[in-house]
Design a protein around this ligand. Structure first.
Ligand SMILES: NC(=O)c1ccc[n+]([C@@H]2O[C@H](COP(=O)([O-])OP(=O)(O)OC[C@H]3O[C@@H](n4cnc5c(N)ncnc54)[C@H](OP(=O)(O)O)[C@@H]3O)[C@@H](O)[C@H]2O)c1
Length: 323
């Protein structure tokens, strides 16, 4: 019998080296994005923090450099709510190729009123979905220039029970903040799956993976002052929650694995092992609604119209509608 050496189990604390590779993390200045950047910096890769706030980005970069000897980390100004700024943001990356982008940044509103981006798109749908959709368009030449690049999209368990209303993607008729947030994350997840379908059909070397962090609380997250500060009181009060959910350091694990692990393939969904809420990253079956390629295609067309972009290796530039 031929002997095959078993693949060693994935160790979130002993990541493979990634020297020479370049990773961009949107919202890398805070929360899960910060911890993804810190973990990826320890692999020797160049990590670019996409951030709308240069002060926060500087603090995050300083924190990573203080913890990771020789970290190659820098920042680029990136505001996903302003579609007209994304081309310039990508040009200012100043790299010849990009090995992975983690679409991590996200906005979640708890209360009304309904808010819009500068282009008149509902803020959560506009930032979380349309912003990353358009960013992918502008990044595609850099991703295609890498040998096997990955687009990693951060979904959410909040999307699991949602369905898209294709006739009211912007929640104009009926706005409920939590539902609109969940739908914006669902739209991102449809995008991640559909992008992979299209990349494969076009023979691209780029792959698209969908991940989600489970439940990740600041109060369970280790301190990284001034980026993230947790006092003893908050830590003690949050201790019971650790049975169910986790910190943002662990919330970053599925995304980090999707960036680095050659065993992760495009079109897959990865999340935490324990009830999809906490624990080590593992592959999950694709949620049934995400397999609906008809909904994905309609969302894709609407997103092209709304952003004036069309991500893919056969990138075409349409005139922007409201962008
Ligand atoms: N935490 C959870 O339990 C959980 C669960 C499911 C999914 N998620 C998803 O995981 C991702 C990260 O969540 P988190 O808990 O780490 O959130 P967070 O701590 O609030 O951090 C969000 C990040 O997104 C950035 N951001 C927001 N709007 C932006 C914009 N217009 N342009 C650029 N960056 C923008 C924020 O920048 P500023 O610092 O400038 O605000 C920040 O860096 C999100 O996509 C979220 O939907 C989180």
């Amino acid at each position: 019998m031929p002997s095959t050496s078993p693949t060693p189990p994935w160790n979130v604390h002993r990541l493979p080296r990634a020297d020479g590779r370049v990773f961009l993390i949107t919202g890398g200045n805070a929360g899960i994005g910060y911890f993804a950047a810190e973990q990826l910096s320890a692999t020797g890769a160049t990590v670019v923090l996409g951030s709308r706030d240069p002060g926060k980005a500087r603090a995050a970069g300083d924190s990573i450099r203080a913890r990771v000897a020789g970290a190659r980390v820098r920042a680029v100004r990136l505001d996903l709510a302003d579609l007209s700024s994304l081309r310039t943001a990508v040009e200012s990356l100043g790299v010849a190729h990009l090995d992975a982008v983690v679409h991590n940044a996200g906005v979640a509103l708890d209360d009304p009123p309904r808010t819009e981006t500068v282009h008149g798109h509902e803020l959560m749908f506009g930032t979380n979905h349309l912003g990353h959709f358009a960013l992918t368009h502008w990044l595609m030449p850099l991703l295609s220039a890498a040998p096997a690049a990955r687009v990693v999209t951060m979904g959410s368990f909040a999307a699991k029970s949602e369905r898209l209303d294709l006739d009211d993607l912007q929640s104009r008729a009926d706005y409920r903040p939590k539902r609109t947030y969940g739908r914006s994350k669902l739209a991102q997840m449809y995008f991640g799956v559909e992008l992979d379908r299209r990349l494969r059909a076009a023979g691209s070397t780029v792959r698209s993976v969908v991940v989600h962090p489970g439940g990740a609380l600041d109060s369970l997250t280790p301190s990284r002052p001034p980026v993230q500060v947790r006092n003893t009181g908050a830590r003690l009060r949050a201790a019971p929650a650790a049975l169910l959910v986790q910190g943002k350091d662990a919330g970053a694990w599925p995304a980090v694995r999707a960036v680095l692990d050659p065993a992760v393939d495009g079109g897959q969904l990865w999340g935490p092992r324990v009830f999809g809420l906490r624990g080590l990253p593992r592959r999950e079956p694709l949620w049934p609604q995400l397999a609906d390629s008809g909904v994905a295609a309609r969302l894709w067309d609407a997103s092209c119209d709304l952003t004036g972009t069309a991500p893919g290796p056969d990138r075409r530039e349409a005139p922007p509608h409201g962008a």
